[in-house]
Design a protein around this ligand. Structure first.
Ligand SMILES: Nc1ncnc2c1ncn2[C@@H]1O[C@H](COP(=O)(O)OP(=O)(O)O)[C@@H](O)[C@H]1O
Ligand SMILES: [Mg+2]
Length: 483
């Protein structure tokens, strides 16, 4: 760090008194500082200290211009630039027990040649505690207390929304999983019956040619099923009646059992006539049962396939929601995040039975730079609030559009609305109208910070009874202080 130490150049107590930090110190205090601090020069372009290095020194700018930088992801962002004599930087919290060992939280560079007054953080911190015990207590209470309460509360809001979402997801997963388990059990039963039938046919001294004809019949029926048109309940009833009659006429006594499966597969009496012609009359019943089992197993397998596809789609949505496999900051399509958040709320929306979901998406929306996991937290809160505002049902509209250089996302509900005088308050931390345990009052505070500070965007509300819109504007290009 030290480039050109101006051989232990000290500042006299009276020079130190001209720095605003020290203007009201006692003579003996200034004398101590004068002995322990020294002057040091950095030439323009040099780095004074770097973010992340152990914070060993406290610096006061005497002359020149400095700039301050913070690393955000992989780029460096300039957060301040000043030539004000007396500004301080470096190990500014060395007096707080427990924070003394912390690294520098930013980097400082000399923009022009700079003179600093420098002092070792450890000794300075110790003296500071000795001189100002009460101030230190108060500051410690504030910094440490504020940090931990912010962290605890932020975590609680995240946990609450995670809880709401995992409840929805669990419910969504449960249906297809239970369906797959049921279908598998039925499949096992059918397959075992089919084995029985095969054994029966094999011992019944059937012409091998007829066996071939039977397997061909099965293939044809399965193919027919894949192409079968969907019938209305009325058409299904009629078709089942017709098939039952035909089966009765041909001596099958469990017509009621076979007819529904055959109808679902698109089988009609013409097809049954063909079957009757291609197999000996003695084998007709066995042949039709054989075909029916094949159709049933096929249907069950389709059901299992469908359920397992739904399960993987849900897991995919959950993964996309939590952004488990993505970088923290990237170009995204906001509709993806909105969709995966909606999957998590599907259960809640369906459960109410009275909320209609309308997605009004601009098809030509451009990609924007964003922190997708954080945006998902915003969508979660806005959608959760909107659903909560419509206990008697209504319409939830998610709209995306482009608005003069911004991507605009609107979450609209037709609920109770927010009185004019409350519209500013709702963004304050801890403001909630929900019962204890249900709301934290932090959702909108966090959302606002995520949108404005992290994305350089804007979050506004417009509300009348029956028409409330939360409008999120996100810039199309990266703001200079993205992070
Ligand atoms: N869509 C909405 N309709 C009516 N009131 C709302 C809506 N969104 C938010 N609010 C009001 O704003 C308050 C604060 O919301 P928020 O910060 O998310 O905290 P919480 O949801 O935990 O109460 C809510 O308690 C509610 O009174
Ligand atoms: Mg909320």
């Amino acid at each position: 760090m030290s480039e050109q130490i101006a051989e232990a150049v000290r500042l006299s107590p009276s020079e130190l008194r001209t720095l605003f930090l020290f203007e009201s110190l006692e003579d003996d205090q200034l004398a101590w500082l004068s002995e322990n601090g020294y002057c040091q020069t950095w030439s323009g372009g040099q780095s004074v200290y770097n973010e992340g290095e152990p914070a060993t020194c406290f610096f006061i700018l005497l002359s020149g211009t400095l700039s301050m930088h913070r690393r955000v992801e992989n780029t460096e962002v300039e957060t301040a630039r000043t030539n004000q004599r007396g500004v301080y930087a470096g190990a500014t919290q060395s007096f707080v027990k427990g924070l003394a060992e912390q690294p520098y939280w930013a980097s400082v560079r000399a923009v022009t040649d700079c003179d600093f007054w420098v002092i070792a953080a450890m000794e300075f911190g110790e003296k500071f505690r000795e001189w100002f015990p009460m101030a230190v207590h108060l500051l410690e209470g504030m910094t440490v207390g504020f940090r931990s309460s912010q962290a605890i509360i932020g975590q609680r809001e995240r946990l609450l929304s995670l809880g709401r979402l995992s409840a929805g997801l669990t419910h969504e997963l449960n249906n297809p999983a239970a369906a797959a388990v049921r279908a598998t059990a039925s499949l096992r039963e059918r397959v075992s019956k089919m084995r029985g039938k095969l054994a029966h046919l094999a011992t019944a001294d059937v012409d091998p040619k007829a066996l071939v004809a039977l397997t061909d019949l099965q293939e044809a029926a399965v193919e027919k099923m894949a192409k079968a048109e969907k019938l209305t309940p009325m058409e299904v009833g009629e078709a089942e009646d017709q098939l039952s009659d035909w089966l009765d006429d041909h001596g099958l006594d469990d017509a009621w059992d076979l007819a529904p499966t055959l109808v679902a597969a698109g089988v009609d009496t013409d097809w049954l006539d063909e079957v009757a012609e291609s197999v000996p009359a003695t084998l007709l019943a066995d042949a039709l049962h054989w075909v029916t089992y094949a159709l049933e197993t096929e249907q069950l397998m389709l059901e299992i396939e469908d359920s397992t596809h739904r399960i993987s789609a849900l897991v995919g949505a959950a993964k996309q929601y939590s952004q488990m496999d993505r970088a923290a900051h990237q170009d995204i399509d906001v509709r993806d995040g909105l969709n995966s958040t909606l999957v998590m709320f599907k259960h809640k929306i369906n459960e109410s039975g009275k909320i209609t979901l309308v997605k009004d998406y601009d098809e030509s929306l451009p990609m924007i730079p964003a922190h997708p996991a954080e945006l998902n937290q915003v969508w979660t809160n806005l959608i959760d609030n909107a659903i909560h505002a419509m206990p008697d049902g209504g319409t939830l509209t998610i709209r995306t559009s482009q608005d003069d250089g911004w991507v605009l996302v609107e979450i609209c509900d037709t609920g109770i609305g927010i009185p004019e005088e409350m519209q500013q308050k709702i963004f304050e931390p801890f403001f909630t109208t929900k019962p204890v345990g249900e709301g934290t009052g932090l959702g909108l505070d966090i959302s606002y910070r995520v949108i404005t500070q992290r994305h350089g965007g804007d979050l506004r509300v417009r509300s009348h009874p029956g028409d409330t819109r939360f409008q999120v504007r996100l810039p199309l290009t990266e703001p200079p202080s993205f992070g």
